[in-house]
Write a protein that binds this ligand. Structure first.
Ligand code: HSE
Length: 435
């Protein structure tokens, strides 16, 4: 039996998951590939711990680049995270024409365009299924399963930490801070949760998804990112009263003049499937012109779900040995010389229905003033309702649902509403998506 020898760079949660799943499913994976897969070299931040976990036979290196250079390594598995060491590892693998499998979404989002170009020249492969939505095979689905389609939109819950927080806020009436503390205590959120709660993690994944959906370069810097830190349990409850749930959605859409790419808290009708995705789970809804709507659901993080994606890439890479580059599935799902330069739209050009909440002093003429400003900006009101104060604050809340409206118009209107004497707090705006 021929062997494939791996160099494992990073023996943390995911690295251990990969090692465990490879061992547990050795026979099954061998029947699929025709090869025995062995980890022959590795590196980790704590080599002593890694030795204890990996056993006595695997060669351990201090320098990750020595794993790449090790002549007993055929394929590199990069699981260190961050963009500095990881980038050097991937560039070194490419230079030596060794295929590399990575779970590193930040690296692919920021440097994927250059890395794929380099890999194409050297005849190497950079595989990254695990970089987006953990165990859900969304990269493979977009690149292969849906390849007949003109993709129209993708909307995803791509961050488990924030989905857990939002689920807790809704189910238990917790504040954002309390739900975040729970997420940290249970190990979902990191001690510095900024990337997750500010929507940056979801934005990086979205940039990769958009590139593969539309055949455009990865443009992470063009994603509009708004996190969940300003969200109150009161708004979650108000949304619920009107038949909506709040999710942090990552959305990309094809429009006549460009593509939308945005991450923000979003009201979705409570009876649509994505509304019922709770806890730390991920889901991705893809609409193609031929297939219609397809939904992918699963664990977006965790040792073995991520290992599932890493090993799927590994199996693909093994199967691709000896296959000419022109016969391989292209990185962006589209031929690299046929990428589109259709622009990413500015947020001001996005169109959405909105939920607005304006806290006002309860006095005559307030509603008329607010309605007047919205009318001036061409924003049409679908529902407007006054919610009585529960006594915990001065004033009353006016909740407004608008018809679909241009982001620029609503921004102008909100600025003017905020400046009204009778408005006592910065107005809240949440965008709505119906599927
Ligand atoms: N921190 C991410 C999440 C997982 O909460 O979904 C890794 O991207």
């Amino acid at each position: 039996m021929n062997k494939v020898r791996l160099g494992l760079i990073g023996v943390g949660t995911v690295g251990r998951g990969v090692f465990d799943v490879l061992n547990r499913n050795r026979e099954e994976i061998c029947r699929r590939t025709g090869y025995e897969i062995v980890v022959s070299a590795a590196t980790a931040r704590d080599l002593k711990k890694a030795r204890g976990f990996l056993g006595p036979t695997i060669k351990l290196h201090e320098d990750p680049l020595d794993v790449v250079r090790d002549e007993n390594v055929d394929i590199v598995i990069e699981l260190v995270g961050g963009v500095t060491t990881a980038r050097s590892v991937i560039e070194a693998s490419i230079a030596l024409a060794k295929p590399v499998v990575t779970a590193n979404k930040a690296l692919i989002a920021e440097h994927g365009n250059e890395l794929f170009a380099l890999a194409k020249i050297s005849g190497s492969i950079v595989a990254f299924e695990a970089a987006v939505a953990g165990g859900i095979p969304i990269i493979k689905s977009l690149r292969e399963g849906l390849t007949a389609n003109r993709i129209q939109s993708v909307a995803g819950i791509l961050n488990g930490t924030t989905n857990f927080i939002l689920s807790e806020m809704r189910a238990r009436g917790l504040s954002f801070q309390d739900a975040l503390s729970d997420a940290q205590r249970l190990g979902y959120a990191e001690s510095d949760p900024t990337f997750d709660i500010e929507g940056i993690d979801a934005g990086q994944k979205l940039a990769i998804i958009a590139a593969l959906s539309f055949g455009i370069p990865i443009q992470a810097e063009r994603v509009y990112c708004e996190g969940i830190t300003q969200l109150t349990e009161g708004d979650i409850r108000a949304a619920e009263d009107f038949g909506y749930r709040v999710k942090l959605l990552a959305i990309t859409k094809r429009r006549a003049n460009g593509f939308e790419m945005r991450v923000h808290p979003t009201l979705v009708p409570h009876d649509c499937v994505i509304a019922s995705v709770d806890g730390a789970m991920n889901a991705v809804l893809v609409r193609g012109d031929a297939v219609g709507e397809t939904l992918y659901y699963g664990a977006g993080a965790g040792a073995e779900p991520t290992a599932s994606a890493v090993i799927a890439d590994l199996v693909d890479v093994i199967r691709l040995q000896g296959v000419a580059a022109c016969a391989q599935v292209p990185y962006f799902a589209f031929q690299t010389d046929r990428l589109s330069d259709v622009p990413i739209l500015d947020m001001g050009e996005v169109e959405c229905s909105c939920y607005l909440r304006v806290r006002v002093r309860d006095e005559s003429g307030v509603l008329a003033n607010i309605a007047g400003i919205l009318a001036e900006q061409g924003v049409s009101i679908e529902v407007m309702r006054q919610r009585e104060s529960n006594g915990s604050h001065a004033g009353v809340d006016i909740v407004i649902f608008t018809h679909k409206t241009n982001e620029r118009s609503i921004n102008h209107a909100l600025k003017k509403i905020d400046a009204l004497d009778s408005v006592v707090e910065k107005p809240v705006r949440l965008r709505i998506e119906t599927f």
